[in-house]
Design a protein around this ligand. Structure first.
Ligand SMILES: Cc1cc2nc3c(=O)[nH]c(=O)nc-3n(C[C@H](O)[C@H](O)[C@H](O)COP(=O)(O)OP(=O)(O)OC[C@H]3O[C@@H](n4cnc5c(N)ncnc54)[C@H](O)[C@@H]3O)c2cc1C
Length: 396
């Protein structure tokens, strides 16, 4: 990215130090801005679990110089296998590995999100981004580009709101309705592969489909750990705005659909081979309908704050990364700030809306039963990779 020179350095204030906020701060800094991040948590080591990054996301990480910091900690699975959860039959296969690089120009990676977070943090610090932890932003003014942290008011030329799916500021600033409860609950375990029986270890992405549920597994931490996520729909759960509600195996087992022996065996040992099971309810917003939802005056919105989605496209972080990249590009221009942020919003909203809609469609597709499931399975058998590959997304 070129830098805006021969002008006093502009300042951007970023609310939230998650993947979207750090990426936005890094891109702004690379565009020549001074960037400050305020993060409410007292430490900047993101908890959670794994994340898959498609070539659309890794291409941007490569452009920012972040990818080399990730490669040793990430995995590059050779394949994505879609299986029937009750029979273990392979329904479809998408080669990843070298094919992703060849077809889409960048790798398909799976990694622990703490590793992604650490790499972004390291690069952001290297580019002079200032990060304040334990600093909750309580108010902001999109017109004046000011924000409030405790007793202190801070002014900038632009603001980025990247405070995530549980945003308290989004509603106030954009008059947006609250996120909606989906009735889908995610359960995750992170077993150490060495502690699993050899037959249950895996270095590929596997998606096991069942009526009203599916299970996703893939390697992280250079293949040393297996990220395991079980998604079950039709459950009422009290909303708690974090990822870390423990759940015991008997409780999860009572909610599972019927599973074939290998999948059941993996789920049974996964908690003990790692740090137990966690659960969290999943929320979403309807797909975006216009650019005005992504920017207002001197404020740009990035990531889950503005387009939270079910993770059934594995693209929430990917879209936050794309948002940050687009933001960096408009910030490198000499346009007035409001005009630049408006251009950012116009560039981004339709693609985000498309991915949100596709994630909703995948929920119905993954969790189908009866005739619909049969049709889905036939489509995968007949059309193979053409059903599973998403060139418009990965090349975009
Ligand atoms: C089960 C599951 C699996 C997923 N798998 C994938 C995947 O494979 N691939 C993928 O691309 N995406 C995936 N996602 C989505 C991805 O995790 C999110 O889209 C991504 O983390 C969003 O990043 P963010 O920065 O927008 O929000 P967050 O990561 O939530 O960051 C927001 C930050 O803002 C801080 N904050 C909040 N309020 C304030 C405040 N007032 N002041 C200061 N700081 C504040 C928070 O503490 C937090 O650190 C998955 C999500 C789930 C739930």
């Amino acid at each position: 990215m070129s830098s805006a020179t021969a002008q006093p350095q502009l300042h951007v204030g970023v609310v939230g130090g998650g993947i979207g906020g750090l990426a936005a701060a890094l891109c702004a800094a690379q565009a020549g801005w001074r960037a400050t991040v305020w993060e409410q948590a007292h430490w900047l080591g993101e908890v959670g679990a794994g994340v898959q990054l498609g070539p659309n996301a890794t291409r941007r990480l490569q452009a920012w110089g972040v990818l080399p910091h990730l490669v040793a900690r990430a995995s590059q699975p050779t394949d994505l296998l879609v299986r029937c959860a009750t029979s273990a039959r392979v329904l479809g296969r998408l080669p990843l590995g070298e094919r992703a690089q060849r077809h889409h120009g960048a790798p398909y990676l799976t990694l622990h999100r703490a590793d992604l977070h650490a790499a972004l943090r390291q690069c952001a610090a290297h580019h002079g981004v200032v990060m304040h932890v334990g600093s909750e932003v309580t108010a902001l003014d999109p017109v004046q580009a000011t924000l409030q942290v405790g007793d202190s008011a801070h002014a900038a030329q632009a603001l980025v709101l990247a405070d995530g799916v549980w945003s308290r500021l989004h509603a106030a600033v954009m008059q947006a309705p609250p996120v909606s409860v989906t009735g889908h609950v995610a359960y995750r375990a992170l077993p150490i592969q060495q502690r699993l029986p050899a037959a249950l270890r895996s270095q590929v992405v596997q998606v096991w489909l069942a009526p009203h549920a599916h299970v996703v597994t893939y390697p992280v931490r250079g293949g040393d750990m297996l990220n395991l996520a079980v998604f079950i729909e039709g459950q009422a759960m009290v909303l708690a705005p974090h990822w870390q509600q423990p759940v015991d195996w008997p409780t999860l087992a009572s909610r599972l659909p019927p599973c074939c022996a290998p999948l059941r065996a993996l789920l049974e040992v996964a908690g003990e081979a790692g740090d137990g099971w966690r659960q969290w309810p999943m929320v979403q917003r309807p797909p975006l309908t216009h650019a005005g939802q992504m920017a207002r005056a001197r404020l740009a919105l990035v990531g889950d704050t503005v387009h939270p989605m079910l993770p059934y496209m594995a693209q929430g972080a990917g879209m936050a990364i794309e948002d940050a990249h687009a933001l960096g590009q408009v910030m490198a221009s000499y346009e007035p700030v409001e005009q630049a942020l408006g251009r950012y919003a116009r560039q981004r909203w339709q693609r985000n809306a498309r991915v949100q809609a596709r994630a909703q469609r995948n929920a119905r597709w993954f969790h189908a039963r009866g005739a619909k499931a049969w049709l889905r399975n036939q489509a995968m058998a007949w059309l193979g990779t053409r059903v599973l590959d998403v060139p418009w997304l990965y090349r975009g």
